[in-house]
Design a binder for this molecule. Structure first.
Ligand SMILES: CCCCCCCC/C=C\CCCCCCCCCCCCCC(=O)NCCO
Length: 585
């Protein structure tokens, strides 16, 4: 009876006025909490940014005090990597002077392009150790190397542009960084990345936006965009990056430098940001970017050593195979200018045609081909990265400030799965553009492990079909566009995301692929855009972008080989590069 009375009293409380007041209180509380979290994130980001800017200023002052003149710095940074290697090995140049000159130029470049996150303070001490070393020098003795921000460097935050990771310095270097140091290199600056590293723009709320040295109204590509911009502008000679959808090759294409994405796992990825590591169907690959192909070769030779195999036993102990790299045997090389899904632009066609005629003139047989259904591939890729319904990204980005380049993806990601599927379906039906629609659908993820395993089998089928195609054509390698188009204006990633079909294909297949610059956009290429298809929204976006002042932008070619044939990829890249220089040896 008593209990019943109590209940009556409780029920009485639930009158209209009380419920409205409680509801209002709840909304106010929630809103104030969200505002508080937003400002807390903002101030955390601001403090970090100021710290990094102060570090750059302090380093610049230090270098001025040391008397590093612009003249001297430019004299050293203009040397090719092979010249620099020889002078460091012979002792003609000291590791300290090379390090200081590169730091000075990198900081100067950074003031224009915002590509450096912060200097590595220990670099000078490391360089001094190299100079004092007696006995055999390492293959990278004194070589300055820039490091993408998502690689662990002891004592520094590794954020991937996300505020959650600020104030949590890592306790150990990444395996690649350890190996570089052991081989004599001097890591000297950390470079910028996009927030989450899943876009090919290069902007985040902590370190800001990186600009393309070829045209500052455009981005350098991403996610290794800081590396791309810094190397192309002469502030670094060799950089380390990662690539799960094109992050090494896209900046290489957009900035006009070389980049190699090895087979995932050939170079250790231990000690890189963990964001994408739970997703194991398409793995991120560690690789490198450099001004020319020699840089890539020198880095691969040095990294593929016993020390890396010992530190990371998951890496297959295959040293650099000179016999494949130096081989002069004529090859059968497949080529395509269009993947049959996303039409690449005329300047990219020309780049492939140019590389093709160079390779033919060197005795190789070029065979026209079409890759296995690129649309099927891209859907598999998107379903893979969105497999968890984007929960991993949303968790890492909880309470963060969304960068303008990824905002729309995150707002969409928050919607319930059914709604994402529906919106995706409607978008595909209405716009005749199945890329945006399919992307939204892919953000909804898989419902069951059974579906996910079936999806994994579909990827295996795609790999089998591609291998069967290569076997039937009897090809050793493939050349194709380095990307669908050259560098894009800021904040257009969402409109042009489909361009990455050209790069993601070789992540899904896990084939090694490298990009090198071959040509630049000409006035004629722009005139030829008149024949570019104009049916889908995506094609219209590409056309508009290309007509918006792209003349002079670099265009690269991608060289691809079967898994673990990195040496063959580099050989092809080198032959194309030699052909471009008119050297047919
Ligand atoms: C459709 C699934 C998307 C899941 C990600 C949702 C989180 C939102 C974050 C960013 C929005 C971008 C979503 C577009 C994904 C597909 C496009 C891939 C673009 C590839 C760019 C290069 C990425 C890369 O290689 N990163 C290196 C990491 O080591």
């Amino acid at each position: 009876m008593n209990r019943f009375k109590e209940l009556e009293i409780d029920l009485d409380w639930f009158n209209g006025r009380n419920v409205s007041v409680a509801f209002l209180c709840l909304v106010t509380l929630k809103t104030s909490h969200a505002i508080y979290k937003y400002y807390r994130a903002k101030s955390k980001v601001k403090v970090k940014r100021e710290e990094c800017l102060a570090a750059c200023r302090k380093m610049a002052e230090h270098l001025t005090q040391k008397g590093i003149t612009k003249d001297k710095a430019e004299r050293i940074t203009r040397l090719s990597i092979t010249e620099l290697e020889q002078r460091l090995q012979s002792g003609e140049l000291s590791a300290v002077e090379v390090c200081e000159c590169y730091q000075a130029v990198a900081l100067e470049v950074d003031r224009k392009l915002n590509c450096v996150v912060e200097p590595i303070w220990e670099a000078e001490e490391m360089a001094l150790e190299r100079d004092q070393k007696t006995g055999k020098k390492g293959p990278l003795h004194g070589m300055p190397v820039s490091i993408k921000e998502n690689y662990y460097i002891k004592g520094y935050d590794c954020t991937a542009g996300m505020q959650r990771c600020i104030g949590d310095p890592v306790s150990e270097d990444a395996v690649v960084v350890k190996v570089l140091k052991r081989q004599g290199a001097v890591p000297f600056v950390r470079t910028n990345v996009p927030q989450t590293m899943m876009t090919f723009e290069c902007s985040n709320p902590i370190y800001g936006r990186t600009l393309n040295p070829q045209d500052t109204n455009r981005g350098p590509g991403g996610s290794s965009g800081g590396e791309g911009a810094l190397i192309a502008a002469g502030g670094s000679i060799l950089g380390i990056g990662t690539d799960i959808g094109g992050s090494i090759r896209i900046p290489a294409n957009m900035c006009g430098i070389c980049g190699l994405k090895p087979t995932a796992g050939r170079i250790s990825g231990a000690g890189t940001h963990k964001l994408t590591k739970g997703q194991t169907l398409v793995k991120s690959a560690s690789g490198m970017l450099s001004r020319d192909v020699d840089g890539v070769t020198i880095a691969m030779r040095a990294l593929l050593c016993q020390y890396m195999f010992d530190l990371d036993p998951t890496v297959p102990p295959i040293p650099f195979r000179e016999e494949i790299y130096q081989d002069k045997r004529p090859l059968r090389i497949g080529y395509y200018i269009d993947d049959g899904y996303i039409p690449s632009v005329p300047s990219m066609h020309r780049a492939v045609e140019k590389a093709k005629s160079i390779l033919e003139s060197r005795g190789h047989k070029l065979i026209p081909m079409q890759p296995v259904d690129a649309r099927r591939m891209f859907r598999l890729f998107l379903d893979t990265v969105g497999a968890d319904g984007t929960k991993t990204y949303l968790t890492c980005m909880k309470d963060d400030i969304y960068d303008s380049t990824v905002r729309q993806f995150f707002y969409t990601s928050h919607l319930p799965g059914v709604l994402k599927k529906m919106i995706g379906w409607i978008m595909s039906a209405v716009s005749r553009d199945d890329i945006a629609g399919y992307m939204v659908k892919a953000l909804s993820g898989f419902g069951t492990v059974y579906e996910y395993w079936n999806h994994a089998l579909d990827i295996e089928d795609y790999k089998d079909d591609t291998l069967a195609l290569w076997r039937s054509l009897g090809i050793d390698a493939v050349i194709c566009p380095g990307f669908a188009f050259p560098a894009i204006p800021h904040n257009t990633f969402g409109d042009l995301v489909g361009g990455c079909v050209y790069s993601t294909m070789y992540n899904l297949l896990n084939y090694p692929a490298g990009v090198l610059p071959v040509t630049k956009v000409t006035e004629q290429d722009i005139k030829d855009m008149a024949n570019y298809p104009n049916k889908t929204k995506f094609e219209k976006n590409i056309k508009k972008m290309m007509l918006g002042g792209t003349v002079g932008l670099p265009c690269g070619v991608q060289c691809v080989a079967l898994p673990y044939q990195e040496e063959l990829v580099i050989r092809l890249m080198k032959e194309v590069e030699q052909g471009l220089k008119g050297d047919n040896s």
